[in-house]
Design a protein around this ligand. Structure first.
Ligand SMILES: Cc1cc2nc3c(=O)[nH]c(=O)nc-3n(C[C@H](O)[C@H](O)[C@H](O)COP(=O)(O)OP(=O)(O)OC[C@H]3O[C@@H](n4cnc5c(N)ncnc54)[C@H](O)[C@@H]3O)c2cc1C
Length: 461
């Protein structure tokens, strides 16, 4: 293994302009992701300087039976950007913003640019991408490969739904621009494709004007029915611009019989509108009309910049692991599903220290075939434990149970979290589209060099 390793490093150094590294520190760093659950050791890490570098690495990998995995921020949580005994492409070395176009309302950037960098550039023109994830230090390529869901997804879908064009390096080292009209099959599958069918090197993506300020209403609910009804009202009308809800536990007492805490769940609904003036009369009555909250807790006015560029620190303790999951549930099943999940979690998790969030995705907002969702409006439930490693196994068992329950009721998983699907679960996740996914993999990555080990494919097509 040592001699193969040495020749890979020297070979790659000879054929690309970018950096090639395999120091023990870098191998350790790139052996895990934000989830810290899965570990895979790459042979080398490449920092490409251009799309041509990416193409050269792929050609080299094909000829030498090596696997290649693009990695960007490394913020995925289930090994999606890890690679055992292969090459990691550290896409953050390609991070230029090429263009902010205020007339035609788009930006063009390298895949490794962070969304923070995009927003800092686009806001100079009062422009913003239609959807941002809640944590914007992830990269443009990383979320186009996953989907990218945020507080405006109820209106604009995922970030991938707002992509105009991609530059992609395919499994045979070709550099191709693709969009919904040209090379559309490649475009439609690289989006939300987790690096399975090609490597995104550049992205052209929509922008839209934003107003200078925001007003956010924090509404508390003590009743899930009322919350779901109000979410439906708000997402079917044009009243608000951003929406997020967070279940919040109130400890009632400890049941002696069940030796687990009894919890009353409250729900905070955070709705935001963009406004032209700070602290003006913003038609609060009209915005909040007919809503069934239990208490209007707080109203916050901020500049648009403060709203969209939160200083959300993500320096989690060294010794914790993060089995985060997002479940995408058909709206018709949401009440039963959320109640079941919230009643079971306290047995394995300290819910007071676990962030739980919920988002809405109406059916018409998403159209990317690789983004799995039920065939009706959906409610997302995100469960984000931050736990010591010794607590991992019971939490994973519970998350497996909740995943199976979601799949059984027609729900799906957002694949950027902790995912440990067997083949049957992959079939269930993609439903009727699964045979197409296998076909596309075979077509665009015939040698199976991309991101091996995350998706599990059929052995025979
Ligand atoms: C604190 C935190 C908050 C988050 N909040 C949100 C949120 O609000 N909404 C949301 O949707 N997600 C959220 N996520 C999930 C996150 O957006 C996804 O995991 C995203 O894919 C991570 O992007 P990244 O740049 O770190 O990519 P990585 O984790 O490095 O890669 C993600 C996947 O994309 C592939 N990939 C990376 N670059 C490319 C490329 N150039 N071409 C092809 N494939 C590529 C990788 O191989 C991998 O499969 C959050 C994650 C964390 C840790």
């Amino acid at each position: 293994m040592i001699s193969i390793k040495n020749s890979i490093i020297s070979d790659l150094k000879n054929i690309i302009a970018g950096e090639v590294i395999n120091t023990p520190e870098s191998i350790t760093e790139f052996s895990q992701d934000f989830g810290r659950i899965i570990k895979k050791k790459p042979l080398s890490i490449v920092r490409p300087q251009s799309s041509q570098d990416v193409a050269q690495v792929i050609e080299y990998a094909v000829h030498n039976d090596l696997t290649v995995c693009p990695r960007a921020g490394g913020y995925s949580l289930g090994g999606q950007c890890l690679n055992q005994d292969g090459i990691i492409l550290d896409m953050r070395s390609l991070n230029r913003i090429h263009e902010i176009n205020p007339d035609q309302l788009y930006f063009q950037a390298d895949a490794g640019a962070s969304w923070r960098k995009v927003v800092e550039s686009s806001m100079l023109h009062s422009l913003i991408p239609p959807v941002l994830t809640n944590f914007i230090d992830v990269t443009v390529g990383g979320t186009h490969a996953a989907g990218g869901i945020g507080v405006s997804s109820f209106r604009y879908g995922t970030q991938a739904d707002n992509c105009l064009e991609l530059e992609v390096v395919t499994g045979d080292g070709e550099i191709i621009w693709c969009n919904p009209k040209e090379n559309s099959e490649l475009f439609n599958h690289v989006l939300c494709g987790y690096g399975q069918f090609g490597i995104i090197t550049q992205v052209r993506h929509k922008l839209q004007l934003h107003r200078p300020y925001t007003r956010t209403y924090y509404l508390t609910y003590d009743n899930l029915d009322a919350l779901l009804k109000d979410k439906q009202t708000l997402t079917s009308e044009n009243r608000i611009d951003y929406l997020l809800s967070v279940p919040s536990p109130a400890l009632e007492l400890f049941s002696k019989a069940k030796s687990k805490p009894l919890i009353q769940w409250f729900y905070v609904l955070q709705i935001t509108i963009e406004v032209d003036e700070l602290n003006a009369n913003n038609n609060d009555e009209k915005i909040l009309a007919d809503l069934n909250y239990y208490r209007r807790t707080y109203t916050e006015d901020t500049s648009y910049g403060d709203f969209v560029l939160p200083a959300l620190g993500m320096n989690l303790p060294e010794n914790t692991v993060h089995p985060w999951v997002d479940l995408i549930i058909p709206e018709s099943q949401a009440k039963t599903y959320i109640e079941t999940a919230l009643s079971r979690l306290p047995a394995v998790l300290d819910c007071g220290n676990t962030l739980i969030g919920s988002f809405c995705l109406p059916l018409h907002t998403t159209k990317i075939p690789m983004f799995c969702r039920p065939n009706e409006d959906t409610i997302g439930l995100g469960i984000y434990p931050i736990i010591p490693e010794f607590q991992l196994q019971p939490v994973l068992s519970e998350l497996k149970y909740l995943t199976d329950l979601a799949l059984e009721c027609g729900g799906k998983r957002y694949l950027s979290g902790w995912v440990d699907f067997d083949l049957q679960q992959w079939r269930s996740q993609f439903g009727n589209y699964w045979s197409k996914v296998n076909e596309i993999k075979h077509k665009y990555d015939p040698k199976g060099i991309f991101n091996s080990g995350f998706f599990k494919y059929e052995s025979v097509l």
